[in-house]
Write a new protein. Sequence first.
Length: 132
Amino acid sequence: MAPSNSQIAHIGLAVEDLETALSFFKDVLGHEPTGVESADGAEIASLRFGDVDIELLKPQKPDSPIGKFIAKRGPGIHHICLRVPDLDAAITDCQSKGYQMIDAEPRTGAGGHRIAFLHPKSTFGILLELTD
Ligand code: ZN
């Protein structure tokens, strides 16, 4: 994975109430979501900031990944997604260098993008998502 070819794709924020969070971005910044969809047990609203999206993640049930995150840590930054030139190569590279993947194979995430998560134990407590 060549770091110079990687960039931030989106930042995922865990929120308890999507309407309240969307109101802030609309009232303060004039931002409307580019879309709202469901993935991984969360309702996801995407807001575009230049080349980077902010994804507001609201749990659809308490035992979903976002629901558990909020119960344990409260709302806030949930993950950062990095765009890499070649997701398959990045996964192989991470594994060969001893970094633990949550997803050993790419899977389909929000927006139909191919994604894979690294385990936070391998990335100093930060949940990192990779996409291409
Ligand atoms: Zn994400």
